[in-house]
Design a protein around this ligand. Structure first.
Ligand code: SF4
Ligand code: MG
Length: 315
């Protein structure tokens, strides 16, 4: 079980002035073991920032990250270091995260060797096993990343992550750079690995269609805040928040889509200066006077469904 509660205030240079931005604003998130949680929002909503905080890579400016009750932010604790190793991230661009001068065998095998997960004598067999698991032929392990296709490179990233025996994986737009047919293959690989290895995922994407395919539960973010949270079924069948509704209206079905660019009406406001009250009010078709001044709290609106919208007080 992972419990995250916190916020990150970022200092961003904006022209001559420097301003504090709440990239993640009082978010709390609980992920149960074995669950796949989809984290969705347009670019700049803070979902990558939240993902990096949950993985323990980026400390929040205040808050806590608990894994099975252990505080991940505790630098001196061996338990926290071990939990961080068991948390791996997979990114959008595998090429940028793979050292071009290293052979696949070393990319995959380096960390488990350093951490004593495999020994020198068992090294080759161990690397082969990780490559096979990720759908790669170990016969190619002496090759370099540029000798592989985009989909295969993502598989190298996955093999490298699996090699340290993680139980929690944060995928940040892990299929966004891939062709649709390859996307489906990689998503199916994630689904298979989840049951084979008892993995838990936080699956970050701007693309609701991708998230629907893999998630048990979906969390929707808008400008640093969680606006809705529910089971995947509920989000797609009866979304509560007007932002979720407009995101859904813009999602072509997965079979027919080309690239799912968000077409929610209106510009995304700058996170440097988010609108007061409900951040979504300038784009919301239902906005009322109250929405411009008062921040809506995340409240339970149905069993297992939370939403932050003033409309729920009017029913
Ligand atoms: Fe729209 Fe108001 Fe609800 Fe925000 S609180 S989503 S502006 S109706
Ligand atoms: Mg991002």
């Amino acid at each position: 079980k992972l419990d995250f509660a916190g916020r990150l205030a970022k200092r961003l240079g904006a022209g001559v002035r420097e301003e504090t931005v709440h990239a993640v604003d009082n978010v709390d998130l609980t992920i149960r073991k074995g669950e796949v949680v989809g984290l969705v929002g347009e670019s700049g909503c803070g979902k990558s920032t939240l993902g990096r905080m949950v993985a323990g890579i980026l400390p929040p400016s205040d808050g806590s990250i608990l894994r099975d009750g252990t505080e991940l932010l505790d630098r001196d604790s061996a338990a926290a270091r071990e939990l961080k190793l068991r948390t791996q991230m997979i990114f959008q661009d595998p090429y940028a995260s793979l050292n071009p001068r290293m052979r696949v065998v070393d990319i995959v095998g380096e960390a488990p060797l350093v951490h004593g997960i495999t020994s020198r004598s068992g090294f080759d067999a161990y690397v082969d096993e990780q490559m096979r698991r990720a759908g790669l032929d170990p016969a190619f392990k002496r090759r370099y990343p540029h000798q592989f296709s985009g989909g295969q490179r993502q598989r190298i990233g996955i093999a490298r992550a699996l090699a340290v025996k993680p139980d929690f994986i944060v995928c940040d737009e892990a299929v966004a750079a891939l062709d649709v047919s390859i996307q489906a293959q990689i998503l199916n690989l994630f689904i298979r690995l989840r049951s084979e290895l008892d993995l838990t995922y936080l699956f970050i994407s701007h693309d609701l269609g991708v998230v629907e395919h893999i998630s048990d539960r979906v969390v929707i973010m808008y400008l640093g805040r969680v606006v809705e949270e529910a089971s995947s079924e509920t989000v797609f069948a009866s979304p509560n928040h007007p932002y979720t509704q407009s995101l859904l209206a813009s999602v072509p079905r997965i079979e027919s889509r080309k690239r799912a660019f968000s077409v929610v009406k209106g510009e995304i406001p700058s996170p440097l200066n988010p609108p007061p009250g409900c951040h979504f009010h300038p784009r919301c078709p239902h906005a009322m006077e109250r929405c411009k001044v008062e921040k809506p709290e995340l409240k339970t609106v149905a069993p297992g469904q939370r939403s932050a919208c003033h409309l729920n007080d009017m029913a």
